[in-house]
Design a protein around this ligand. Structure first.
Ligand code: PLP
Length: 389
């Protein structure tokens, strides 16, 4: 259709959702589909969290609330951030959002416009690129390579900055690779960014509680050189298995908080109070379910990495966090999209083609191991069969 906002034609979409829709169609047709495509933990939200929301509804908490989030929740987020990162955040800089994704949306509405360059991970989470394109800004790919355990090189990043650069997007631990950026690389970056005081950074830390092998999360906010221009995205979706609750937050620098809040008022108004009270319970209640979930993720990851590396023409590095592996798969030089399609249509396994996360993702598949070990075992058998056909 012609005559719409010219950038709407540029907006991309998250293929994980279309793959999910196709998997559901196949399931309806009676196929036994193993879904390793979607990025959501396969555990129930902990009962204490659910109960707090149910109670809130019974208590009549069904009205609008403040647009930035109820103070008690913002204070709980601030305490939690202090515990994990040793930095005190003013609750007035915290915006509670309907999932972490809204922080990406609002940040790009603030920074994106024609003539501006935004550096974004490649491969990287699809929403970054879609929103950069929609705003008419230019996306500059920051390669995250397998040889570098899917981290980036700070010097390479700094070399991509020019007068047009307004924003850098970082994501560690990362979707789709599970890569973790080492502390020293962030340190190098923070130092280097002192030369570019107009460049802001959106640090997507939504997987920061899902880390293995002793990796410790370093929030970009802990680096004083850049503290006044870092936006942190985090939330409850992955850590507490609360994807469908739609609860996340952004920590915005004082200089732009008011704009993010105005966007929130004009868009989602506020978050439902029962959901926010559940968010408080998640942060302040027992963390047993988080630890148990991470333990299980770790076992699955070890199984997958070991077994994938035994398969012909497949190689996989051990990701430091999140719940994805990103193996390189060479099947007669076929495109990752064709491989992923074949696996879904013929073997009934849903995966996401690496190319949908950017040019540097070509040749890889994203496998989410938010699925039972028994399914992962079936998947390994099917992939081995396919690679030997
Ligand atoms: N950032 C990354 C890297 C993600 O993988 C996701 C979800 O898949 C999000 C943000 C959005 O999370 P939410 O479901 O809280 O909007």
């Amino acid at each position: 259709m012609d005559g719409l906002n010219k950038f709407i034609y540029e907006i991309g979409s998250d293929s994980a959702f279309s793959i999910l829709a196709r998997s559901n169609e196949l399931i309806k047709q009676g196929k036994d589909v193993i879904n390793l495509g979607i990025g959501q933990p396969d555990f129930p939200t902990a009962p204490n969290i659910v109960e707090s929301a149910v109670k809130a509804l019974r208590d009549g908490n069904h009205g609008y609330s403040s647009s930035n989030g109820i103070l008690e929740l913002r204070e709980a987020v601030s305490d939690n951030f202090l515990n994990r990162n040793d930095i005190k955040i003013d609750p007035n800089n915290i915006l509670i959002t309907p999932g972490g994704k809204a922080v990406i949306f609002y940040t790009l509405l603030i920074f994106g416009q024609p003539g501006v360059e935004i550096i974004t991970p490649d491969p990287g989470f699809i929403a970054y690129r879609s929103m950069i394109d929609y705003m008419g800004a230019k996306a500059i790919a920051l390669p995250h390579r397998m040889e570098n355990n899917f981290s980036f090189d700070a010097n390479e990043l700094l070399s991509l900055i020019n007068d047009k650069t307004r924003l850098i997007i970082l994501n560690s631990p990362a979707n789709p690779t599970g890569g973790v950026v080492p502390h020293q690389e962030l340190e190098k970056l923070a130092k280097g960014l002192q030369k570019f005081p107009n460049v802001f950074i959106l640090s997507d830390e939504i997987y920061s509680r899902i880390l293995f092998d002793g990796h410790k999360h370093s929030s970009l906010l802990t680096f004083p050189e850049v503290r006044d221009r870092v936006i942190v995205l985090d939330g409850w979706s992955k850590t507490y298995s609360m994807t469908g609750w739609r609860l996340g937050y952004g920590i915005f620098p004082k200089s732009i908080f008011k704009y993010a809040e105005k966007l929130a008022i004009n868009c989602h108004s506020c978050i439902s109070i029962p959901t926010q009270l559940a968010g408080i319970e998640a942060l302040k209640g027992s963390q047993d379910s988080v630890n148990k979930m991470n333990q299980e993720f770790q076992e699955r990851r070890e199984f997958l990495v070991t077994e994938l590396n035994k398969i012909k023409d497949v190689s996989c590095v051990t990701p430091g966090g999140a719940f994805y592996v990103f193996p390189k798969i060479n099947k007669k030089n076929q495109k990752s999209k064709d491989i992923s399609n074949f696996l879904l249509e013929k073997k009934f396994v849903a995966t996401v083609p690496g190319s949908s996360f950017g040019e540097n993702g070509e040749g890889f598949l994203r496998i989410s191991y938010a699925s039972k070990l028994e399914n992962l075992k079936k998947f390994i058998k099917l992939l081995d069969e396919y690679m030997n056909e």
